[in-house]
Design a protein around this ligand. Structure first.
Ligand code: ATP
Ligand code: MG
Length: 716
């Protein structure tokens, strides 16, 4: 009853077909960006269903995001139509882990209706444990413990696996003990955290042979997309499941491994053949996504990484446009230029849905958002909140609102115990009660209640400090420029310190966002004007589905594609990030370079890379160098322009002239005493880059600040 050439095979090239038709035995599809790995995996799923090689329930397919899972489900639906009923286990590791855990919760001491804690709940619980353990939470922040436990869970380590050395990483060796207590607590309240979804699922398979065998039998076929970004616990879980039938197909690209900071191990893809002897390795070399210039540009950059498997990519598409490298004066001009170009593209019929702006760091979206709102250009932020909706920004804004308008009760409620001041629910209830009875704002009620004996001494002291602080900030607001006020307020309130105490990458991102918030304030005349702008921005109703420009981080863009892509902020210290440069060595920098590769290869037709000569940090203009990755773009695939008069020729000389003594260095070939070396050794800005700064600075008549200010200014 089957067609000779079913619909899902029609458009596939021979190696893709092979990947689809080799249903039995281990298969590894190892190929570069845009070569149709995900497409082949989807077709494979369709094939298994269409030919009835397996019931849907016998297939396990893992995607990296929920969005990817949805897309795959839709595509399979389209490909095989109503030919099958039911659906495979298709989703992210977390969603599949949760599904498995619900079925066997009792085996790890939970009930099947367990709750999944969010990070706030998780932190609250850990904090209680830290305090109960008689530890000074300031010295040993619960956040650090949370990060550590997360790391252990990603590695597949239960409390029992934590040895003295690991345990030493928190509170003088008490890490393991607190981890155990945390797990006990979770069990007692019938809850688990995100990390548990997989760790428990793994524990169940490890400790219950019968369950393991049941699933090994059940999952005839296993498929995994983006395999290069699996972490240890995911890997161990997969390996157990696949061991029996060995029908496992994984696809990935070692050059696109960008989640090592979350515990992903690119080695997993490199040792696939060892784990599954006899694996068929299929390489795809034809790229269907991007023009030759885009591929050439991406290839030129990634070629600077060491230890790659190396892949050939070719395409039948027309050469198309070269990748544009656009030097602009500063951040606002970057946003303006991108906005103008998008409007121009729109006028000639381009849909906004086909356009994306990719940034390295979340805080970069702010400048684009502000600009797009100003010109009425619809946009959406994917894989993250809009800038002004992020928790840390809302907290900071709440402080500013209180200073601007003490009757702002919502703002008061938001910050009254953030950071934690030891104001319990009882104290807060009393403030509310008084405010209700006297019909006064909460800030005022808080001040009044200090004159009564309603509060415990501790609550009284804490509240007294806050009330005093607010009054003081209001005084300061009359004298200080508002951005300066914000900076001091965030420090004095302990809000900045709260995030500094947490050493995670996420916390660092939040601190950067706060810096960016202060920077944004500088552009407004007064605190009031700024806050009004923010409320207008927040009020925008974005849910009517109209075409929109997508703004997102490169991390969130993995696996996606757009006709036109703008890559913003390719500057040293921003991309590669300052953190990766400070780390020293090549490990972090190579991950940044893979990010650059992922970024460029999202584009189908047009890619524009932007870098600004100046970024405003704390009201001071700081000149910045174009990213080393800009220098690594092969000139034959790029067109460079700059909007800066006079800057052009010099800029060209620095980056494009092969006879220039800096050219090789700048291109990051890594030979000789290159600045890349210097940077990786930790001495970020040594002589040569400085000379670049100076020469460029003078050409654009900007000679005030050295680039090294950035690292100081980056933290609020
Ligand atoms: P990434 O590494 O970025 O995840 P990928 O290898 O998964 O990329 P896909 O997203 O599957 O690549 O495919 C890239 C583009 O090429 C998609 O638009 C897809 O529809 C198209 N494509 C894939 N295979 C073919 C083919 N055989 N013929 C024509 N187009 C194809
Ligand atoms: Mg893909």
């Amino acid at each position: 009853t089957q067609l000779a050439d079913p619909p899902y095979l029609r458009n596939l090239n021979p190696p893709q077909r092979e990947a689809v038709l080799t249903t039995d035995g281990p298969v590894l599809m190892l190929a570069g960006a845009g070569t149709g790995k995900t497409a082949a995996l989807t077709a494979r799923l369709a094939h298994l269903l269409y030919t009835r090689k397996a019931y849907p329930s016998e297939i396990l397919a893992v995607t990296f995001t929920n969005k990817a899972a949805r897309e795959m489900r839709e595509r399979v639906g389209r490909l095989v139509g109503d030919a099958v009923e039911g659906m495979p286990w298709l989703g992210t590791f977390h969603s599949i882990g949760a599904k498995m855990l619900r079925r066997h919760a009792e085996l790890v001491g939970l009930q099947s209706n367990f709750t999944i804690l969010d990070t706030d709940d998780q932190l609250r619980l850990l904090k209680q444990l830290v305090i109960a353990a008689d530890l000074d939470e300031k010295r040993f922040p619960a956040r650090s413990l949370a990060g550590l436990i997360d790391e252990w869970k990603n590695k597949g380590l239960t409390p029992r696996d934590i040895d003295a050395g690991e345990s030493e990483r928190y509170a003088n060796g008490r890490g393991g003990e607190l981890y155990q207590q945390y797990q006990d607590r979770l069990r007692a309240v019938n809850a688990c955290d995100f990390g548990d979804l997989l760790l428990h699922a793994l524990t169940i398979l490890r400790t219950h042979r019968d369950v393991l065998e049941q699933y090994q039998q059940r999952f005839r076929y296993i498929m995994v997309d983006e395999y290069q970004d699996t972490n240890a616990v995911q890997y161990l879980w997969l390996r157990l499941l696949a061991q029996e039938r060995r029908n496992i197909a994984c696809v990935g690209d070692d050059d696109q491994s960008i989640y090592s900071w979350r515990g992903a191990q690119v080695e997993n893809i490199l040792k696939f053949e060892k784990d599954f002897p006899g694996a068929k390795v299929i390489r795809l070399e034809q790229n269907y996504r991007s023009t030759p210039h885009i591929l050439g540009a991406a290839g030129g950059v990634i070629a600077n990484n060491t230890g790659r498997l190396g892949k050939q990519l070719w395409t039948e598409l027309d050469a198309g446009e070269k990748v544009r490298v656009l030097g602009v004066w500063d951040g606002p001009e970057e946003a303006r230029r991108v906005g103008d170009e998008i409007e121009a593209a729109q006028r000639i019929g381009t849909s906004l849905d086909d356009i994306a702006i990719l940034v390295r760091a979340q805080h970069q979206t702010r400048e684009f958002e502000d600009r797009f709102i100003a010109i009425g250009l619809p946009y959406r932020i994917v894989g993250g909140y809009r800038f002004y909706e992020r928790a840390e920004i809302r907290d900071a804004l709440a402080y500013l609102r209180i200073v601007n308008q003490p009757a702002d009760d919502l703002a008061f409620e938001r910050i009254v115990n953030v950071p934690k001041r030891g104001l319990g629910d009882k104290a807060l209830a009393k403030i509310h009660q008084l405010a209700r009875i006297e019909q006064m704002p909460l800030t005022l009620a808080a001040a009044r209640i200090l004159d009564t004996d309603e509060l415990t001494p501790q609550a009284r002291r804490a509240l007294g400090n806050l009330v005093g602080d607010i009054a003081r900030w209001r005084d300061m607001a009359r004298e200080l420029p508002h951005a300066e006020l914000a900076r001091q307020l965030l420090d004095e309130s302990g809000y900045t310190a709260m995030w500094q105490a947490e050493k995670s990458a996420e916390a660092a991102g939040r601190l950067e966002n706060l810096t960016e918030l202060v920077r944004a304030m500088e552009e407004y005349e007064s605190l009031g004007a700024f806050l009004e702008h923010v409320s207008l921005v927040m009020d925008r109703d974005g849910d009517t589905r109209q075409p929109e420009v997508t703004i997102m981080t490169i991390h969130a863009a993995k696996g996606l594609e757009f006709d036109t892509v703008f890559l913003a902020g390719w500057e040293e210290g921003l991309f590669p990030s300052q953190r990766s440069m400070d780390e020293g060595g090549t490990r972090a920098l190579e991950e940044e370079r893979r990010l650059a590769y992922v970024a460029i290869t999202r584009a189908r037709r047009r890619a524009t890379i932007l870098h600004a000569a100046n970024r405003r940090i704390y009201g001071q203009w700081t000149s910045s160098l174009p990213s080393r990755f800009v220098g690594e773009l092969p000139p034959e695939h790029t067109d460079s322009e700059t909007t800066m008069s006079g800057g052009e020729s010099l800029w060209r000389a620095n980056w494009s002239d092969r006879t220039d003594p800096f050219a090789d260095i700048a291109r990051g070939t890594g030979r000789g005493p290159g600045w890349q070396r210097a940077a990786s050794a930790g001495s970020t800005f040594t002589t040569q880059p400085t000379r670049l700064v100076e020469s460029r600075s003078s050409a654009v008549s900007l000679g005030n600040k050295g680039r090294s200010d950035l690292s100081v200014g980056q933290r609020v």
